[in-house]
Design a protein around this ligand. Sequence first.
Ligand code: PNS
Length: 173
Amino acid sequence: MRIFIYPGSFDPMTNGHVDIIRRASGLCDLLIVAILSNRHKKTAFSADERVEMVQAALKNKKGLEVVRFDGLLVDLYRLKQASAVVRGLRSESDYRFEAEMAAANKILLPEYETCLLPSRIDLSFTSSSIVREVAAFGGNISRMVPKPIADFVAQRLSEKQDMPAEHIDLKGD
Ligand code: PNS
């Protein structure tokens, strides 16, 4: 069984992530969507919220498993007996980071492989940080994220509208 891992912060998941998941799942038997829940990395949404959003967006999709992980990706790779890690490439600037991460992980675990998928051109400017920025100013994110995520973000903003401005800032890191 060919198992791929698609790791990320998913803060929040975007339509670009969903497209990579759709394409990558056609290349393997099981695609594990792995959500980083690193206590040391500042995110706009908590790990529980990010997992909830990803599960809602991927509901009923076959051949997928959603997990959260902390620590090193190579440990998850070994644990899950994966054949490759999938990452989306939106631009040349993404490439630099991805090449460094692939090289570091290969040093840590020689059987580690990386599969880089170029983003669909119409999604190559969609990012979690843009989504957070637009949402924080009350803009419409419905064409950037799956519907359950747009609903979740809107709900979260409405729950926090009585709080001081610093607590409703979704811009994060
Ligand atoms: O969506 P992101 O933030 O670009 O995803 C980055 C992620 C989660 C894939 C990366 O930070 C990661 O794998 N973190 C776990 C720690 C690790 O193994 N780092 C790689 C060694 S360079």
